[in-house]
Design a protein around this ligand. Sequence first.
Ligand code: PHE
Length: 337
Amino acid sequence: MKLQLENLKQTIINAINEANSLENLENIHNEYFSKRGALSQMMANLRNLEPAERPAFGKLVNTVKDEVRLLFNNKKEELETIKLNEKLLLEKVDIELAGDKFLQGSIHPLNLIIEDTSSYFISNGYEVVTGPEIELDLYNFEMMNIAKGHPAREMQDSFYFDPKTLLRTHTSPVQARTMLKKEGKPLKIICPGKVYRRDEDDSTHSHQFMQIEGLVIDKNVSFANLKETLQSYLDFLFKGKVEMRLRPSYFPFTEPSIEVDVLFTKKDGTTTFIEILGAGMVHPNVLKMGGYDPEVYTGFAFGIGVERLAMLRYQIEEIRNFYNNDLRFLKQFKEEF
Ligand code: PHE
């Protein structure tokens, strides 16, 4: 038995020395170290010895086991290190390799106007709301004090889905929607969005464009408040004192109504006034339909032409530039980030 153990030990040592992969070691483990392996078998054979000899031989088997186990573990560590090094070598990253180029986008000039406008009004306590582009005649016209057959509908001819549904011609229907939602409580909102009109496209007109609606309703809201609001906003947007001109105008949903021009210096140095928005005091009928008592509440509203402002701020002369997605045009607004 002793000789047998001695031979087994030598066999195992040879096997370990010759092993050159972790798979080899795995096999060695199964063959000799596992529960059914040769070393366990050796222990089991104790049964065949005289009881008096068993403890000494048992001890011997354990010593051999410890010895070869140590050898086995060392070999395992060695092979694992080799394997890891091979893997690291394969996974080496060449940091000098030319990288992939990522195109960096930029914010569209119309969105730059909307973002600046929103941040101005948000910091003055306004809420930013939105409404649907497919709108009901009810909100787009009727609740804006433009009854069926009203001549003002002529100015805002649109695209109809059916007699009751159309692409909104302005962001004003959001006034009506918000008033109903606020159920007679004071409100301050702006609403940026797309609007549509049946119009011939040219360098300053488009059948689809953007507006930012504004509406404030409270007790004691005055025309002076409207004027001050617009002046401060424009000064903010154009980063300096803007010369503003108010002209009397007509909208069925405001009374009095105005159109607002700003003084603009052209590339050749000459100046001219350019219209950028319509505004006025909310008409009592509009307040009533929206659930507000015009004897208690007053309000002002405005509708800003986003394209107009962008054209002024960035000296753009062709409105179609905004919609063509020409990268040579869009890239110019990168530094605005
Ligand atoms: N909705 C008007 C337009 O599109 C603009 C406007 C809005 C005027 C709010 C007065 C008050 O022309």
